[in-house]
Design a protein. Structure first.
Length: 312
């Protein structure tokens, strides 16, 4: 159990003067010529209980102080729908991703392994999956079913769509997945190894949509050099998309560098939202307030009946 406002517990100190005042009033002396005739008279139960009556008010005040302090129990396993991280993975599966020499395998094989490891490392982030070539194909909306996502990624292959590199439509489809999300953080991680060459939505228009939806886009360029000595991927475009949306551009020229990129993105988003803050609490204040009410009612009832000072 914890308290929303621990400082309010100091109010319990008010119970001490209340108790002392009540004890002082109960001990007011009545002068009599001699108390000797009363020495052998046994004390009744009423007289024995009378000194303890002030304790009811003391306990009631203590319960009220606890109520004001806001006692609660956190449910660490609770998921708050309006908070968390929703991620849409947009993956280029064009024929160029079958190029070998990327750490002993193809670019797509390395990408699939890294993404599967990334998914396994998530705890409560919802993840969606989009693949694109000339067109885009949404495979899964944001979900916590990591096992199903892992299976989908393991079976990815080039040729599902008409060949080409539609960076704009790949980004647009991922953004559409997150359009209605109420998560505290919404991001797209877009990976490609080429240049936009499709007639669909332009990457610039898709980036503007991301800005309007307030969705960050992290772009990843799988970089290798062609015969002219320059990278195949359009790094300037990917950098522009990331900058406009508040994300970041990364380039990877080997599987380990690619794994490091996904790991860094995961850490950036986790630190941004502060995952440990997302808890639902069971409030205990009403129980303490009810206890205080019962104690005060008992105090008033006893003072007006069995334990009143001048019984009829």
């Amino acid at each position: 159990m914890e308290f929303a406002t621990p400082a309010a517990l100091a109010l319990a100190a008010l119970a001490l003067p209340v108790f002392l005042l009540a004890r002082t009033r109960s001990r007011r002396l009545v002068r009599v010529p001699s108390a000797a005739p009363l020495m052998g008279v046994p004390r009744s139960l009423r007289l024995k209980m009378l000194p303890f009556l002030p304790l009811l008010r003391v306990l009631a005040l203590a319960a009220l102080a606890v109520t004001v302090a806001g006692p609660r129990v956190g449910d660490a396993n609770a998921v708050v729908p309006s908070q968390g991280v929703d991620i849409a993975l947009s993956v280029d599966i064009s024929s160029s991703m079958n190029t070998s020499g990327f750490g002993g395998g193809t670019r797509l094989e390395a990408t699939k392994k890294v993404i599967r490891d990334f998914i396994k490392g998530r705890e409560s982030d919802r993840i969606g999956l989009v693949v694109f070539q000339r067109d885009a194909l949404p495979l899964s909306p944001p979900s916590l079913d990591y096992q199903a996502l892992d299976q989908m990624v393991s079976q990815l292959a080039s040729g599902l769509l008409s060949d080409g590199t539609g960076i704009g439509v790949g980004l647009g489809s991922a953004l559409n997945m997150l359009r209605d999300s109420t998560a505290a953080s919404r991001i797209v991680i877009l990976l490609t190894d080429g240049e936009h060459n499709a007639d669909s939505i332009s990457p610039e228009d898709a980036a503007q949509l991301a800005v309007a939806l307030k969705i960050r886009v992290y772009t990843i360029g799988v970089v290798s050099t062609n015969s002219t000595g320059r990278p195949d991927v359009d790094e300037k475009l990917l950098q522009s998309i990331a900058d406009r949306t508040g994300g970041k551009y990364f380039k990877a020229n080997n599987p380990q560098a690619l794994a490091d990129v996904y790991s860094e993105i995961g850490k950036l988003e986790t630190s941004r939202v502060g995952r440990e803050r997302f808890e639902r609490f069971t409030q205990l204040g009403p129980w303490f307030a009810a206890a205080a009410a019962v104690l005060l009612a008992a105090d008033l009832a006893l003072r007006g009946s069995w334990l009143r000072r001048n019984p009829a």
